[in-house]
Design a protein around this ligand. Structure first.
Ligand code: NAD
Length: 381
């Protein structure tokens, strides 16, 4: 069978779902590889690079979609792409199945099998296919770099002949995948780094990275609801108040705030309020990674950088992985080829869409003319 990757049609998207390296790995699974001319250019991979890896290069989307049996791409497919699906094809991509009813209906009508990369269950076995995590890792790193680029001082403290410079103070809110990457980047740049999460079990990890975990003045356990599948649950009003009180205390102290707090399928919790922003020093920077879901900070505008009256910069870019397209394409393409390895147990270049496999079942959103989203709850081990 042939696996193919088109040029992303979404404006501003620089990533590509297949790299010359991942193509070599896909070939070892028995597949022929094909790419649309120019698809890798913005991520630093030329047509010649692909040709050198024995990937067939075709001109135009029509040629790509008609020749490939399996299409691997990055962004939620647009209508013109879904129109190219047929019952003999498999599409592997981010799909946003929870908010894309029209897309699901179209995919169903085509009869194609669609695997949504954001639906890969967060279990150990599937980590190598977990594209949400690989992209969040990049976003966390890039958030700190972006903050540094908009901050007028060093991260690390210095004593030089020209004077003494205090270290920057960074607060990371939410220590999931993106948060931990931000913490690691911030500490390695020499900033004093604080981190908060509603899941107290991450405190040890935070501290092992050289950051200080922020504890709340709260009677009960730090977290008041059971976490599910590695994700946080909704908090009580009392807990939220204790959290906001702690943040109010920190606001005048910190120079940079990176917010990453997320609860699945809900709008982002508002955690950095207007009065906290007003209390921050001029020149401070907030990078709000939750901007796409409404933002953790009040005043965040998705895809924009705004400067408040008191001189605080709030960055709400939602495309950090695309801003590091070579790195993110490399990791995403690796996620895809691991997914393909699961789908090709015999390494014979034939897809085996095994709906008994938890990972494949969890990620499949349409199968043989049926919508298979949401998947049944994972079996408890
Ligand atoms: P994750 O689920 O691994 O981490 C989220 C963390 O937030 C969890 O540890 C959770 O416990 C914590 N949390 C939830 N509610 C909280 C609260 N009230 N206070 C403190 N912590 C709280 O998610 P992730 O994969 O790290 O993604 C984090 C965010 O980054 C998401 O919003 C995601 O959409 C976003 N993201 C943005 C970009 C971008 O380019 N802007 C790219 C990738 C991911």
């Amino acid at each position: 069978m042939k696996i193919g990757t088109p040029l992303e049609v979404e404006a501003g998207e620089n990533r590509v779902a297949m790299t010359p390296d991942s193509a070599r790995q896909l070939q070892k699974l028995g597949y022929d590889c094909v790419i649309q001319s120019g698809a890798g250019a913005k991520a630093g991979f030329s047509d010649a690079d692909y040709a050198a890896a024995d990937v067939e290069v075709v001109e135009g989307a029509e040629a790509l979609w008609s020749t490939a049996d399996i299409i691997a791409k990055v962004r939620i497919p647009q209508e013109e792409e879904l129109d190219r699906l047929t019952s003999d094809k498999t599409l592997i991509t981010f799909f946003n199945p929870g908010g894309n009813e029209a897309g699901l209906e179209k995919a169903k009508a085509s009869g194609a099998n669609v695997i949504a990369m954001e639906m890969v269950p967060r279990i150990s076995r599937a980590q190598k296919m977990d594209a949400l995590s690989s992209m969040a890792n990049i976003a966390g790193y890039r958030a700190v770099i972006e903050a540094g680029n908009n901050f007028g001082r060093f991260f690390t403290g210095q004593v030089t002949a020209a004077g003494k410079v205090p270290p920057a103070k960074v607060l990371v809110v939410g220590a999931g995948v993106a948060g931990l990457a931000a913490i690691g980047t911030s500490t390695s740049l020499g900033a004093i780094t604080y981190a908060f999460d509603v899941r107290p079990e991450v405190a040890e990890q935070v501290e092992s990275m050289g950051a200080e975990f922020v504890y709340l003045d709260f009677e009960e356990e730090q977290q008041d609801g059971a976490a599910t599948g590695g994700y946080a649950s909704v908090q009580s009003e009392e807990f939220r108040n204790a959290q906001l009180a702690k943040f109010r205390e920190l606001a005048p102290e910190v120079d940079i705030v990176i917010t990453t707090a997320l609860i699945p399928n809900r709008p982002a919790p508002k955690l950095w309020t207007e009065d906290m922003i007003a209390a921050m020093k001029p020149g401070s920077v907030i990078v709000d990674l939750a901007a796409e879901r409404g933002g953790n900070a009040e005043g965040t505008v998705a895809d924009e950088k705004v400067v408040t009256e008191n001189g605080v910069t709030i960055i709400g870019y939602t495309d950090f992985p695309s801003r590091m397209a070579t790195q993110s394409s490399t990791l995403y393409a690796t996620n895809i080829r691991h997914m393909m390895a699961d789908l090709t147990p015999e390494k014979d270049g034939q897809i085996n869409h095994n709906m008994e496999d938890d990972v494949i079942r969890g990620a499949t959103v349409t199968h043989q003319g049926e919508i298979t989203f949401p998947p049944p709850p994972p079996k408890v081990a």
